[in-house]
Design a protein. Structure first.
Length: 374
């Protein structure tokens, strides 16, 4: 028997006003032969690493009756060692914090430095989760400007920071969905503007930095206590299913985010798996080099076909322009290839996959170009 309460929808519930009418974040999950829409690393973890994960997890399982290391000291120590080695800047465990994916890292930062009555600014188009996490934490969101080529207009950004005096400034390098990287001098100027305005926390989201032609902005931490570098193991480490993100910052920032972290937020299994992956850094970064070469091939071939392509320092490529990007997305999907329609006018985004996946994508967009030119 039906009940009148069966007709109640989400907007009939007493949820916060700013959440009404909104949709959760997520890319389409469709069963097609070639899936290049979520910036995943296409290479499965190597068997020696899978075996090592099994060993580490089995060891952790023997102690699952106890809570995990609340402060993840061993993991933070190994992440610091990785950052020091690859980021060309010394980092200690006290500079590092880890959480369940970089999104939780960003959420903890906004819970600590944002919140009701406070604001954050990001330069759009950029990673849409920045604004979504801001909304979820009650932080006001300010969309900042970009140039036509999707680089940050420094003067306009400085003016926006001076005008709005945000509590948190987001800079994404390489930027998602455009793939553009940010020069160190740009971050230096934005940091100076942010400190003059409030001072504010400046968060550089480096989720894709291992794929970049440029070095990490990690050395900018020196002498900048309000600067944070956010990272993830989802992309370069091929561990999207692990959900492990981390940040590097002044120890005071690390202490501050622990005020909002949930007790024992990183499971013993997560910590064990991440530690195993860090033992195989060289092998995993070898896959990154292959993907960088494939990314560069996609850029060159898309341009040769006749598409407009944004310079990319990530493991994906933004291309266009299309009179109707969503129609183009559907046409590519009809050819068995799933790419991403991020809502950037006239453009789509494709993740660099295996050579075979990329060949299938290029065949699809060649057919689409012929169809459009017919």
């Amino acid at each position: 028997m039906s009940d009148k309460n069966d007709t109640i929808g989400i907007d009939d519930l007493p949820i916060r006003e700013e959440l009404k009418g909104q949709s959760p974040y997520g890319a389409p999950q469709l069963d097609v032969p070639v899936q290049l829409n979520t910036n995943e690393n296409p290479y499965p973890l190597p068997e020696p690493l899978v075996a090592r994960i099994a060993e580490r997890v089995a060891e952790a399982a023997r102690g699952l009756n106890r809570y995990p290391d609340r402060d993840a000291v061993e993991l933070r120590t190994e992440l610091a060692r990785y950052l020091t080695r690859t980021g060309k800047h010394p980092v200690a465990a006290e500079n590092v914090w880890a959480a369940n994916g970089s999104n939780e890292v960003l959420q903890q930062l906004l819970q600590t430095f944002g919140g009701p009555g406070r604001t954050a600014i990001g330069f759009e188009p950029s990673y849409s989760m920045h604004s979504l996490i801001a909304r979820g934490t009650g932080t006001g969101w300010i969309p900042g400007p970009r140039r036509e080529d999707f680089t940050i207009d420094v003067e306009a950004a400085e003016e926006a920071i001076a005008e709005h005096r945000p509590d948190v400034v987001f800079v994404t390098s390489p930027n998602n969905p455009t793939g553009t990287a940010v020069e160190a001098r740009v971050v230096e100027r934005l940091y100076a503007a942010a400190q003059a305005a409030r001072p504010s926390l400046v968060v550089v989201d480096e989720a894709y930095v291992e794929f970049s032609h440029r070095d990490s902005l990690l050395p900018l931490l020196e002498g900048r206590p309000h600067l944070v570098i956010s990272r993830t193991m989802s992309k370069a480490f091929g561990a999207a299913g692990l959900r492990l993100g981390y940040l590097a910052a002044h120890p005071a920032v690390v202490d501050a985010v622990q005020l909002v972290r949930l007790p024992y937020h990183l499971s013993a299994v997560t910590q064990a798996t991440a530690l195993a992956a860090l033992e195989h850094t060289d092998t995993l970064l070898g896959y990154v080099e292959q993907l960088k070469a494939e990314r560069d091939r996609l850029v060159a071939e898309l341009r040769a076909i006749g598409y407009e392509v944004t310079e990319s320092d990530a493991n994906f490529v933004q291309f266009g322009r299309f009179p109707d990007a969503h129609e183009a997305w559907k046409s590519i999907l009809d050819r068995g290839v799933l790419v991403r329609d991020n809502g950037v006018p006239g453009r789509l985004r494709v993740t660099a996959g295996t050579p075979e996946e990329n060949d299938a994508f290029l065949d699809a967009v060649r057919e689409l170009k012929k169809e459009q030119n017919a």
